[in-house]
Design a protein around this ligand. Structure first.
Ligand SMILES: Nc1ncnc2c1ncn2[C@@H]1O[C@H](COP(=O)(O)OP(=O)(O)OP(=O)(O)O)[C@@H](O)[C@H]1O
Ligand SMILES: [Mg+2]
Length: 395
């Protein structure tokens, strides 16, 4: 047998031309069906090119509707046009989910403006004044964008947002425009009204994509990512339809198509079929369920474990039985039992995230109770539950 390098068969892909064009933080060169949003944002920011402060912008829309992609695209264009014309415009992009405290956001802003800052040790106000001093040396326009800004509100940094929203009153030469982005509809209510009105000088709403739009988006992305002829006919429309059924999430569509491609490759197929898409979807769904379960608080996990245990011996348990089993588990691990009312709320929460489905059961003079049906695979649930050291003791 000819000596073959162990690695020769790996890394040569029949399916993908450029798999990285299919990962979600890749910014494609064209963004179909976002031409209007791109134009609007460009129009809003354009005054910066002639030395006038652009209005602040608040961008919102559900997850996967292209907010980040549009923003990054427009900011890149703005920077290069400013460079071409020799105007002083600088852009800053911070993601408040990655830099999730006021301090970290602010130091990130400072760094992107070439200000040396220590990682810790300064107060937020000290960092703020250093940034003000640093940028106010010249007449320039600075566009500061804070993506997933809702994370700052949760972190109780709205004070910081308030400060940043008023930064222009501390500046004499430079001027700042602020862009805030969120997918959290509650943001509008919980945001400090002063910040809200300042940020909302302009508002840009991103509507969900429909299945035809998702088809176009996938076609554009697939052209970069997949080898010609590797996607069987019907694959893209199928992925688009599945993603549109959810709420028109382009990230979901792109991820699903990539997963289907990876799966096809793993099983040595030359083409991606709708069957690969179906299997990829099942894998994704199992992954998300496991993630949700792993992140549940302890008592929710205990209640879920009780439901599971009962379901194994007697399908679809009722609330009363769950309460009893849950109480036993609590005593075994020596923790206090939550009230029946709270347990019932937790069961409703499990229903809301889709792990169980409850239905009201009328038992005549015994009153009403709930029957609980599990929607997820036992194997997956146990696997996620027993990742928790406390739950592990119980099984
Ligand atoms: N019109 C489009 N054309 C091509 N790709 C797109 C388009 N819209 C979104 N995408 C892609 O879909 C994925 C999700 O888009 P993006 O990250 O912009 O969503 P988002 O609105 O910022 O979501 P979130 O609120 O979760 O941050 C990315 O991979 C992005 O490149
Ligand atoms: Mg985003």
């Amino acid at each position: 047998m000819a000596a073959q390098n162990l690695f020769s068969e790996f890394g040569q892909t029949k399916i993908f031309k450029n798999r990285s064009a299919m990962v979600s933080d890749f910014v494609p060169l064209s963004l179909p069906h976002r031409e209007n949003e791109i134009r609007r944002l460009a129009q809003i920011l354009a005054p910066g090119l002639s030395g006038t402060r652009p209005n602040n912008v608040f961008m919102y829309g559900l997850t996967g509707t292209g907010k980040t992609a549009v923003l990054r695209y427009v900011l890149t264009m703005l920077e290069s046009e400013a460079g071409r014309r020799g105007v002083a415009v600088r852009v800053v992009y911070v993601n408040a989910r990655k830099d999730d405290t006021g301090y970290r956001v602010l130091t990130q802003v400072g760094r992107q403006l070439d200000l040396q800052l220590p990682f810790t040790g300064l107060s937020v106000s000290e960092v703020y004044s250093r940034i003000v001093d640093h940028v106010d040396k010249e007449e320039e326009t600075i566009v500061i964008s804070i993506d997933e800004i809702d994370n700052l509100v949760k972190d109780n940094s709205s004070n910081l947002l308030y400060k940043v929203a008023r930064i222009n009153s501390d500046l004499a030469k430079a001027q700042v425009s602020l862009i805030g982005i969120t997918n959290d509809a509650r943001m509008l209510e919980i945001l400090d009204p002063r910040v809200r009105s300042s940020l909302g000088e302009e508002e840009l709403v991103f509507a969900p994509y429909d299945s035809e739009q998702l088809r176009d988006i996938l076609n554009v992305r697939a052209k970069d990512a997949f080898n010609d002829g590797t996607l069987q006919e019907g694959v893209i429309p199928y992925v688009a339809a599945l993603a549109a059924k959810d709420h028109g999430d382009a990230r979901k569509a792109v991820d699903l198509l990539r997963k289907a491609g990876e799966l096809a490759e793993r099983v040595g197929s030359d083409v991606v079929t709708t069957d690969h898409v179906k299997r990829a979807l099942t894998e994704i769904e199992a992954d998300t369920t496991m993630e949700i379960i792993e992140r549940l608080p302890l008592h929710s996990k205990l209640i879920l474990a009780s439901i599971m245990k009962l379901d194994e011996s007697n399908r679809n348990p009722i609330t009363g039985d769950v309460l009893a089993t849950y109480a036993q588990m609590c005593s075994r691990i020596g923790t206090e039992v939550l009230t029946a009312r709270r347990v019932s709320e937790i069961i409703n929460e499990l229903d809301m995230v889709g792990i169980v489905t409850t239905s009201i059961l009328n038992r005549g003079r015994f009153g009403r109770t709930k029957r609980i049906a599990l929607n997820v695979d036992h194997k997956h649930v146990w696997a996620s539950l027993t990742n928790d050291p406390v739950l592990k003791q119980l099984v």
